[in-house]
Write a protein that binds this ligand. Structure first.
Ligand code: SAM
Ligand code: SF4
Ligand code: FES
Length: 341
């Protein structure tokens, strides 16, 4: 029998042990599913994502959008194109719009402010996922109505973080996430699983960090090596390790909103369904319009690139029903309940 209290208390030795053996996986998945039903119910929330620019000034070693990658057709959507998409999403009845991009300074404080103001008129929640920006900008955008900010911590090992992000530090990423939280954003962190050199202990640190932050949203996906990056020849994260991290994250932060990520669906055709069965309660249909969508190329094998451009909405709804869960109708804010028994 696994010791649930030790998981909840993020006992690093115990988490490291669980992450080092597959002996208890089925039990961990079962407990995570129970915790999810108890604390967030059977609803799965849809978050429509618009990947509006693939320009990036950063150098993250794992990512296809990194500034150094010349094998990528770069694009920027105009404000009108983004708003047109947002209107379509609202019409389809989806209550959260995620605006995601590389770190692209073309989208100034004012441009993002304009998008927030216009999109809020559509009666939807807005999630920003545009990387590290000035603290002052976070404040302005929050006041204009942005609801959530998604910025994975990627790895909570300071050494590994520094290796993967030349010139940057985990301390700095942490400071941004705590500032977002302080400003009142629903704040999303999360990590990749199977990064080069990442150990079970490092992943235990990820879980401890998610608890320390009290992350409102937790995005966990496998690392998938991209041939156009310096990590081209490394191994990637496995399905079972990623599912185990999703499940443990659910037990550690019971009321968090946790997506069954696109990367999980990209390493296994049923990866997202399995994610939903072991703790995840969010899914992010891709609403990036064509011809741009295939160019948001973070890693090879990314799903949903060549379907009709609203197909993911029906597809994700069918997926949710297919695993016996319910499509969420509301904005899908984090549930506020006391988690002490
Ligand atoms: N630029 C913003 C940022 O970094 O927060 C948002 C976009 S970024 C592409 C979104 C996420 O993609 C990152 O947080 C990272 O975890 C994930 N990602 C990038 N490259 C990946 C890879 N090769 N395999 C799996 N996930 C990857
Ligand atoms: Fe840029 Fe985000 Fe990719 Fe890093 S992960 S290179 S910040 S798009
Ligand atoms: Fe995109 Fe299935 S979710 S096609």
């Amino acid at each position: 029998m696994i010791e649930i209290k030790k998981i909840q208390n993020v006992d690093l030795d115990y988490l490291t042990y669980l992450l080092s053996t597959d002996e208890h996986n089925e039990e961990i998945f079962k407990v995570a599913d129970e915790v999810r039903r108890k604390y967030v119910g059977t609803e799965v929330h849809l978050r429509a994502i618009i990947e509006f620019s693939n320009y990036c000034s950063q150098h993250c070693l794992y990512c296809g959008l990194r500034a150094e990658n010349r094998n990528l057709n770069r694009y920027r959507m105009t404000e009108e194109e983004i708003l047109e998409r947002a209107r379509l999403i609202a019409k389809l009845g989806i209550k959260t719009i995620v605006l995601q991009s590389g770190e692209d300074p073309y989208y100034t404080t004012e441009r993002i402010s304009y998008l927030i103001t216009e999109i809020k008129k559509l009666d939807v929640a807005i999630t920003l996922s545009i990387g590290e920006r000035d603290f002052e900008e976070y404040k302005i955008w929050k006041e204009l109505g942005a609801d959530r900010y998604l910025m994975r911590h990627e790895t909570a090992s300071p050494e590994l973080y520094a290796k993967l992000h030349p010139g940057d530090s985990f301390e700095n990423r942490k400071a941004h996430l705590f500032e977002l939280k302080r400003l009142g954003y629903e704040t999303g962190a999360g990590c990749m699983v199977g990064l080069p050199g990442q150990t079970p202990y490092d992943m235990a640190l990820d879980l401890a960090f998610l608890k320390e932050l009290d992350a409102d949203m937790i995005g966990i996906g496998p690392f998938i090596p991209n041939p156009d990056t310096p990590l081209a020849n490394q191994g990637g994260g496995t399905l079972k390790d990623t599912l185990k991290m999703v499940a443990l994250a659910r037990i550690v932060v019971p009321t968090a909103n946790i997506p069954a990520t696109t990367a999980l669906g990209s390493i296994d055709p049923f990866g997202r369904q399995m994610g939903l069965k072991c703790g995840a309660n969010v899914i992010m249909p891709n609403l990036t319009p064509n011809p741009y969508r295939p160019n948001y190329s973070l890693y090879p094998g990314k799903i949903c690139l060549f379907e009709k451009d609203t197909a993911c909405v029906e597809c994700t709804k069918a997926m949710i029903k297919g695993v016996g869960l319910v499509v969420g109708e509301g904005y899908g804010y984090r549930r506020k309940i006391n988690i002490e028994e």
